[in-house]
Write a protein that binds this ligand. Sequence first.
Ligand SMILES: CC(C)(COP(=O)(O)OP(=O)(O)OC[C@H]1O[C@@H](n2cnc3c(N)ncnc32)[C@H](O)[C@@H]1O)[C@@H](O)C(=O)NCCC(=O)NCCS
Ligand SMILES: Nc1ncnc2c1ncn2[C@@H]1O[C@H](COP(=O)(O)OP(=O)(O)OP(=O)(O)O)[C@@H](O)[C@H]1O
Length: 197
Amino acid sequence: MVIGLTGGIASGKSMIAEELKQRGFPVIDADNIAREIVEPGEEAYHQIVNKFGKEILQENGEIARKKLGQIIFTDESKRKQLNQIMHPSIRKRMLERKEELLEDGVKTIVFDIPLLVENKLQFMVDKVLLVYVNEEIQKERLMKRDGQGEEDALQRISSQMPLKDKKHHADAIIDNNGTKEQAIHQLERLLEKWVDG
Ligand SMILES: CC(C)(COP(=O)(O)OP(=O)(O)OC[C@H]1O[C@@H](n2cnc3c(N)ncnc32)[C@H](O)[C@@H]1O)[C@@H](O)C(=O)NCCC(=O)NCCS
Ligand SMILES: Nc1ncnc2c1ncn2[C@@H]1O[C@H](COP(=O)(O)OP(=O)(O)OP(=O)(O)O)[C@@H](O)[C@H]1O
């Protein structure tokens, strides 16, 4: 079984993913793969430099993530261009990793994909697990975690589908408006149902 873990920016996916790892479930993380495929020398790296120019590079030749983020979170057409370059390669690599794990005999795998619903990737998973928070808490946690101002945080949040609209696409929802312990408790109940049961 593949569990598709999703949510919005700073909704608590990584926190839940960490808990799943601790319980022995391998997690394939789209954000990590997105980092791998833009390393210098990779195909997507060259495509990004061609599209966005050398201005988005650091002195050591690596992509300046903050700079690229400032561009794509404030300009929808640029974001779409970046998505077009990156998303097919991210998907391909995730599916390759999944095959490797299945060959090793793993039975339950977690895909951590922030944009699962936006990109209609339900076909890649058996169950969709949404980590939900309300927008005010999402904004506060994002500002605190990334040391961002309110405007930046709101821009990032509004570049994604509102979390309340993702609820309709989920097989289960973890409400992460409360404490981490409360969220983990919900996860445990769910695993009893989906995996143990
Ligand atoms: C723009 C980049 C360089 C900014 O890097 P940065 O280190 O600041 O952020 P990080 O990668 O950790 O992403 C943080 C969160 O931002 C959100 N996010 C990232 N990319 C996008 C996007 N294209 N559209 C909407 N939200 C996004 C996700 O919730 C993600 O978890 C980076 O996010 C990126 O390469 N994005 C394009 C690839 C992508 O779509 N990744 C999302 C998972 S498929
Ligand atoms: N229940 C909670 N109470 C307080 N803080 C929390 C809670 N859940 C998560 N956090 C904090 O909120 C921030 C966002 O959580 P996390 O990084 O897990 O989100 P994410 O969905 O993985 O975000 P991203 O999409 O940006 O990778 C982190 O600093 C985390 O420690």
